[in-house]
Design a binder for this molecule. Structure first.
Ligand SMILES: *Cc1c(COP(=O)(O)O)cnc(C)c1O
Length: 451
């Protein structure tokens, strides 16, 4: 009988990250300065990011060594298991073989520490005393607080005020790891004070929290800012997921026909997909499916063009699939997927026809998540449920055609801090939101015309 869980020993953990930039048939378009619309150079980013991370952002090297100190922290939970979802296969009655890479075992419960640990390490190397960031639902903030605690750096998180009030447990996790959490907008920054002056009861947004975190980084000594998705160096750090999965598929004597991940900013999808994407570029026949919400369909309905990363137009412009920086997605429970843009590397791969997108409604995703929990045990994060839904759709196609395909998806995180969402799902309080065509068109009409 073949194994259910395919495990690697610590010594088999990959020792280098894979950089897809080395193999993409076209270069990733450079970021543009928000004031001049001209390409920005590394020096422009130095007040905000660690130099090593800026270098990784533009690196064309295929393999980038993972420093030993990072491998030692990864070893707390890595290598992560690859699991054959035999019970789910049986429940679906599919001839397909379904595997998932289980990223839910990290201290924060998701894939995000893969990059948080790397970012904290390089900042520590360069003498950074404090890292700042924003967090919505709290997943990125918890990952960064954990990573900072490992390297003895202070962590300052601006958490969207409404989430700060509604998601107390992620806030508590950050406190346990020594992170300082401030509800945003706050009185601590010029950005926050001006927002509060206009609207004292403002519930906050990710765009506002980004403004506060960047301001805090550039105005306090020895502080830098960090981002949990979207940027090239984040995609790079996440490739440890796919590199492990590649070894594990070999042990299972199998190989994926389709690779699936949910996409918010694109990092967990890229992490699993990019190492396999290099096989596709070399001629292998694999499909890649990026699963996103119907209410925030950046890949399937957005345009590939330059746009700001944030609502207030402070960040550089990135060439990406976007719904427009002013687009505000409906309040779905997969908070990590409510982003108007997409990683430039994932966007370019989509433009080149290497990957495809699929959009799902939240109710069908919760239904798939419940089936997964009942069969494979772990309760998925609402974000992850989109990847599960996409895998179920592929498996049911195989049931119809009789094809014995191999499906591999990324289990990006558990949902133990999202049980309130499940309560509301069972109470019948969740709704599907129609594809918001009017609001997307209005937001796209506001984009700068640069080409
Ligand atoms: C943050 C998050 C996501 C979305 O972010 P990506 O950068 O698209 O991966 C997905 N799943 C979980 C569990 C998350 O925490």
């Amino acid at each position: 009988m073949s194994s259910k869980r395919i495990l690697l020993s610590e010594s088999e953990m990959p020792k280098a990250w894979y950089n897809l930039q080395a193999d993409l048939p076209e270069p990733v378009p450079p970021p543009l300065h928000p004031a001049t619309n001209q390409p920005i150079g590394p020096a422009d980013l130095e007040p905000i990011f660690a130099r090593a991370l800026i270098a990784q952002e533009v690196s064309q090297e295929r393999w980038i060594d993972i420093p030993d100190d990072i491998l030692r922290v990864y070893a707390i939970w890595r290598p992560a298991p690859l699991v054959r979802a035999t019970n789910l296969e049986k429940a679906l009655g599919t001839p397909a073989r379904i595997y998932f890479k289980d990223e839910s075992h990290s201290p924060a419960g998701s894939h995000k520490p893969n990059t948080a640990v790397a970012q904290a390490y390089y900042n520590k190397q360069e003498g950074t005393h404090q890292l700042t960031t924003e967090t919505g639902a709290g997943q990125w903030g918890t990952a960064l607080a954990f990573a900072c605690s490992q390297f003895g750096i202070k962590c300052k998180v601006y958490m969207v005020k409404i989430s700060y009030q509604q998601k107390p447990y992620r806030r508590s996790m950050m406190h346990v790891w020594g992170g300082e959490v401030t509800p945003s907008p706050s009185e601590e920054t010029n950005a926050g004070r001006s927002i509060l002056a206009a609207d004292p009861d403002c519930p906050g947004s990710l765009g506002m929290a980004i403004s506060e975190a960047v301001e805090a980084a550039v105005t306090s000594g020895n502080a830098k800012y960090t981002l949990g998705s979207v940027l090239n160096h984040v995609m790079l750090h996440q490739t440890i997921i796919g590199l492990e999965a590649e070894k594990q598929m070999k042990i299972a004597e199998d190989y994926p026909d389709v690779v699936i991940g949910c996409v918010g900013g694109g990092s967990n999808f890229a992490g699993l997909a990019f190492p396999f994407l290099r096989h596709k570029i070399a001629g292998k026949d694999i499909r890649f499916v990026a699963a996103e919400p119907q209410s925030c369909p950046s890949m399937s309905r957005g345009q590939y063009r330059y746009d700001y990363g944030d609502t207030v137009k402070m960040t550089p412009l990135l060439k990406m699939h976007t719904l427009g920086h002013s687009f505000v997605p409906a309040g779905i429970h997969a908070g990590g997927l409510r982003y108007h843009g997409m990683a430039p590397m994932v966007s370019l791969a989509a433009k080149l026809g290497l990957i495809e997108a699929a959009a799902f409604h939240q109710l069908e995703c919760f239904e798939a998540a419940k089936l997964f929990a009942e069969t494979e045990g772990t309760i998925p994060a609402p974000e992850t449920s989109h990847a599960i839904r996409a895998a179920v759709v592929e498996a049911l196609k195989c049931k119809q055609t009789g094809e014995e395909k191999c499906i591999l998806f990324n289990f990006s995180g558990h949902g133990l801090c999202d049980l309130g969402s499940y309560d509301r799902y069972f109470a019948g309080e969740l709704e599907d939101f129609a594809y918001p065509i009017d609001r997307i068109q209005a937001a796209l009409a506001e984009l700068p015309v640069l080409e």
